[in-house]
Ligand binder design. Structure first.
Ligand code: C2E
Ligand code: MG
Ligand code: MG
Length: 598
């Protein structure tokens, strides 16, 4: 080690001069004219300034691994004092000082550190190695060999950059709202588990979806929706073992990966998850309840890719949703087939809409007291090349799911208004509206423009909505209905009595008409309470000043019964099944004009 007095003399300027003295090319000579010496001094001063102002730490070693030059930044990065270094000390000595001062993170030894430099230099071009320091910082060291031997090492504190990179990498693999892993990491985790040789348990993949989350989001605002999602994430995480994965893969969709002994264990876990998420939430006194549906699949011995398992669990989830929400279903191979069939149907529906394969048939709404037709309900049909006339009960649910109901519903409305325009002025036309349509912000504008284009008096249009529309009740939905009603359009509640909340909805919106579901009529004469229920609903309608219509009248006995109960109107096969437009035109004695296809 150099003595302190020797070190003292090593001012940075001297270091430089020493370097230039040592390198033959610039070696100053006493014989040289003074002007060159001056130039050299100026050059040295400039190099010195450049060296001291570098943002990187720098050390230069000669072919014997002895220190020639260093700068202030190097001392700063490694927390060295000026007197720790001197020209001519070996690289190993410097490393020893640093190790003794405890500058490097645990595990780094003089040997490994020296070896690191050697390997880096032997690779030929300048390569960087990362050095972890004891205080948590990371330093990138780059070694560049010089011609004629020796090397220049530069050091950069990359702690902040590393943190940013780590943060970015974390963000790319996690969901910002809940901090759960996202789809990318879910696949990585899943595949890593499936890759384990001799996996003695099965991987349970659970696809989870909140029921009616949209209601909370729309009804209470996105901030509350976000809070709810964070709470759900927290509850899910609490239910699973360490090592299991809970990921968020979509708005209100989560996936759990869990190693299990058998299906029973996966089912028990899913039950626990559903119960945990379904327990009420309290947000500053506001009580919120939400349900969750789940689809389960277990990995088999041959499964190596989690993608297929996720698809299967998703199909099982879809089935759970169909079966009434709040439940779970285990994947079965035939779910795959029905999903394929559904996809096929969806494609066919789109083609049918483009190729004009839909028709509107009309079923009369008859005034009971006079037997007069006071309106016609528009019921859409699909004329299928092989299957013939397809019932809406079969394709409306798929049209609703896929959003196709929006263009299809608009087409039905337009057709119905154009057809009704030809009928006598006192006859109205009733058109069914799905919840999905009503949710469109442009729905009211669309209805009003179709009316004005067709020239039909708004008073002659009746929109039938079912309970599902009100289940999705939001201020926006009710506002739309109010706007339409203010324009003279009548609003009817369809299939009354099929949902257990029907009565409470009557208080929330001033319906013009209640259509009592045909399931009650079917039971007239069989169950005495059927007539009593119809009587009660009719009484309720009258007290609220709403017209009451009974659906599904097939026999004269049923007609007599509902007439006796005081219903205003009826609809059913007894009078007429739904008929194509030309037949309705004939009924009213008007000439049928050639209609445009869908
Ligand atoms: P809905 O609105 O309750 O229509 C009445 C349904 O009952 C019609 O079935 C009709 O044919 C049937 N019906 C009428 N009288 C009788 C009867 O006496 N006995 C029996 N057993 N059935 C009778 P359809 O045409 O198959 O329509 C089924 C459902 O599809 C409709 O129920 C409605 O909810 C929906 N739908 C039909 N067209 C449209 C549409 O353009 N848009 C929307 N969103 N839904 C539609
Ligand atoms: Mg209807
Ligand atoms: Mg109905």
């Amino acid at each position: 080690m150099p003595t302190p007095d020797v070190r003292e003399k090593q001012s940075s300027r001297e270091r430089w001069r020493w370097q230039f003295d040592a390198t033959a090319a610039f070696a100053p000579s006493f014989e040289q004219p003074p002007v060159l010496d001056k130039q050299l001094i100026e050059q040295n001063r400039r190099f010195d300034a450049a060296l001291e102002n570098m943002s990187q730490g720098l050390c230069m070693f000669d072919a014997d691994r002895r220190l020639l030059v260093w700068n202030k930044r190097y001392l700063e990065i490694f927390g060295l004092r000026t007197d720790h270094l001197c020209v001519g000390m070996s690289q190993r000595q410097i490393i020893e000082i640093l190790v003794n001062l405890g500058r490097y993170a645990a595990g780094a030894t003089v040997e490994t550190l020296s070896e690191g430099t050697r390997t880096s230099l032997s690779e030929g071009q300048a390569t960087s190695i990362l050095r972890e320091l004891a205080d948590g910082r990371t330093v990138s060291a780059t070694h560049r060999a010089m011609t004629g031997g020796g090397w220049v090492a530069t050091f950069e504190d990359v702690t902040e950059r590393r943190r940013n990179e780590d943060r970015i990498a974390y963000m790319a693999r996690h969901d910002a709202l809940t901090d759960l892993p996202n789809r990318v990491s879910l696949h990585e985790f899943g595949n890593a588990i499936l890759d384990q040789p001799m996996l003695d348990r099965s991987l349970a993949v659970l696809c989870l979806d909140l029921d009616r989350f949209k209601l909370v989001n729309d009804g209470f605002g996105h901030a509350l929706g976000d809070r709810l999602l964070r709470c759900v994430a927290h509850r899910l995480r609490r239910q699973v073992r360490n090592g299991a994965t809970v990921a968020r893969v979509g708005g209100d969709e989560f996936v759990v990966l869990h190693l299990v002994k058998d299906l029973k264990e996966a089912e028990a876990l899913t039950r626990r998850l559903i119960a945990a998420v379904s327990a009420p939430y309290d947000f500053d006194g506001l009580r919120i309840e939400i349900g969750m549906s789940a689809g389960i699949v277990l990995s088999g011995k041959m499964d190596r890719d989690v993608t297929q398992l996720l698809q299967s669990a998703d199909l099982a989830l879809y089935q759970a949703k169909l079966d009434g929400r709040g439940v779970f279903r285990v994947f079965e191979p035939q779910m795959d087939e029905s999903a394929r069939a559904r996809l096929g149907l969806e494609r066919e529906l789109r083609e049918a809409l483009i190729n004009g394969r839909f028709e509107v048939h009309y079923q009369p709404l008859v005034e009971l007291s006079s037997n007069d037709v006071v309106g016609l309900e528009a019921l859409v049909r699909w004329r299928h090349a092989e299957r013939g006339l397809v019932s809406p009960a079969m394709f409306i649910p798929i049209a609703e799911e896929t959003g196709l109901i929006v263009p299809l519903g608009e087409w039905v409305l337009r057709r119905a208004c154009e057809d009704a325009k030809r009928w006598p002025g006192h006859v109205c036309v009733a058109v069914n509206v799905s919840a999905h349509q009503l949710r469109q912000r442009t729905f009211a504008t669309m209805v009003l423009s179709v009316l004005s284009e067709s020239g039909l008096d708004p008073k002659r249009l009746e929109l039938e909505i079912t309970e599902s529309v009100l289940l999705d009740e939001t201020d926006a939905n009710l506002e739309t209905l109010h706007v339409l009603r203010a324009h003279g359009i009548r609003i009817a509640m369809d299939d009354f009595g099929t949902g257990y909340s029907s009565i409470s909805y009557l208080r929330r919106f001033p319906f013009d008409k209640i259509k009592i579901d045909r399931s009650f009529v079917r039971e007239i004469g069989e169950k005495p309470e059927a007539a009593a229920i119809i009587r009660a609903i009719i009484g309720l309608g009258q007290s609220l000043n709403m017209t009451t219509l009974v659906e599904g009248i097939e026999t004269d006995m049923q007609r007599q019964a509902v007439l006796a109960e005081g219903a205003h109107e009826m609809q059913g096969f007894l009078f007429s099944p739904p008929r194509p437009a030309p037949e309705v035109d004939a009924l009213f004695g008007v000439k049928h004009s050639k209609t445009r296809a869908a």
